[in-house]
Design a protein around this ligand. Sequence first.
Ligand SMILES: *Cc1c(COP(=O)(O)O)cnc(C)c1O
Ligand SMILES: [Zn+2]
Length: 563
Amino acid sequence: MSFTIRCMDCGHTTPYHPGDIDCPNCKSQWREALYPYEEIASSFPQDIAQRRFDLWRYRELLPVHNPLPILKLGEGGTPLIQAANVGLMLSCPNIFIKDERQSPTASFKDRQAAVTIAALKEAGITEMVAASTGNVAISYSAYAARAGIKLWAFVTSLVPALKMREIALYGGQVIKVTGTYDQVKQIATEFAEQRGLYLDRGARTITSIEAMKTIAYEIAEQLTEELGPPEEPGTLWRTPTWYIQSISGGMGPVGVSKGFREMARMGFTRQVPAIAAIQAEGCAPMVHAWREDREEAEAVTNPQTHIETLATGTPGRVYPILRKIFKEDRGVFESVTDEEAYQAMHTLAKMEGISAEPAAGVAFAGLFKLIHAGIITPSDVIVVNCTGHTMPAEPLVLGSGWARSIILPRKEEKSKPQEEGLLAALNRVAPDRFPRILIADDAADARCLVRRILQSQGEYIFFEAANGRETLDLVYKEHPDLLILDLMMPEMDGFAVLDNLKTDPKTAELPVIVSTAKELTRDEKNRLQGQIQALMQKGGFMSDALFEEVQALLVTGDKNGSS
Ligand SMILES: *Cc1c(COP(=O)(O)O)cnc(C)c1O
Ligand SMILES: [Zn+2]
């Protein structure tokens, strides 16, 4: 059984070689893989029944002759999860999540990398170039590592550092370009052409489109398992009413659509789903063209979205290709704001226990929008592609104040039973009363630094004093739980402040951390002896050390009933 490559412009067919990028007849780079469908249809369901549930299950329909087992990382075969709570909330019981997070590097780009690298290996290609908004390069880097292929990964400088490091970790050479993703693609193309290297060409890459198509086959098989055999007699698998994905270049929907159309053509299914392709509002060239019913999308030259994964401003030919598909299969383009995407992520996490990256949040926000608009209806069966690394998103989704800290009392403090210490610690995390900390320092930036260090790790109420006199006033007025005290201050220095505090029984127990810039004499050290809980050298303490000291003192202070 074999496959051929057919030119989408002149119909010329050729055998496949991954290094060939255009039609020998008309030079078009837009070509697609064709398989002997009748032949495959006759034995396929029986053939695959015993195979493992990964994307190589559909190998007769992939452009690789003999995929090497040693290159595999467990690509494809991701779970289909029912979003029961979200479904309840939206009165749409049949919402399913295709959980591509559970791919080897946590995005559906692993399918593309697995199939492409297998094809390159088969063709003896040892070096490649890819432009990426992050995830593609991570996937390629991992698979290239296994195959011993050198990867040049061109990324925009907006890609989160965490993602860049992951590319580098697998051995890919990261090339950071300050510019838009479209400029990055241009530079990567020039680099590859200059050196005669294989280049990933997005939706024009046969292996990429074919790899994406396996998502469709898996969904059909999994939905059939979830909902039972299809009602239409003579068909094998169910298909959803909707497939929803956030898009950048649009490669996913092109491939997924090809998969569903092949299944229908082979008689495995009756329907093809409508596709909803969701873009980030700040970079939505396809949505704009769709709304105005234009045949070509106008480029967005200056994308305005924080969701860098989706920042393809020039969709090129993918738009007319998808437009034609959507007109035939009732698909839609829609856009959502970054804020809507973050909210959707938060909803998904809180209601379903699924943490997705912002790009996937865009898909869920799109789902919510289409349901509200009545375009998606309660009886529809919906599959949302959910992919992605969450870590870069956390600060934007949660804002500040998302965690409260508990530090348990140290073991050696046996004066009170353990439970009491724990209760005290738990009381500390109750939001009605945060620990009160007075920072006394004549330098405003020194006060600010301490405040910032502590603020980033816990919740406190701060008071600030610029001299000794103010410090004492605030101690009496605000009843802090802890004093962080500079020694060298005008009007009354830190030593004098301490003397005053210790002579008044009301303030004698207040825990004090002294932070000082000056080297203390032996005399001065003796003066502090027994008066303070900790001494920290300014500029010499790590933020963690200060935080731990503060936490330990606050817990102890509470046990002593100082509040
Ligand atoms: C690549 C990617 C997309 C966009 O996919 P295309 O089909 O190529 O437009 C969406 N979400 C995530 C997480 C991605 O990695
Ligand atoms: Zn041609």
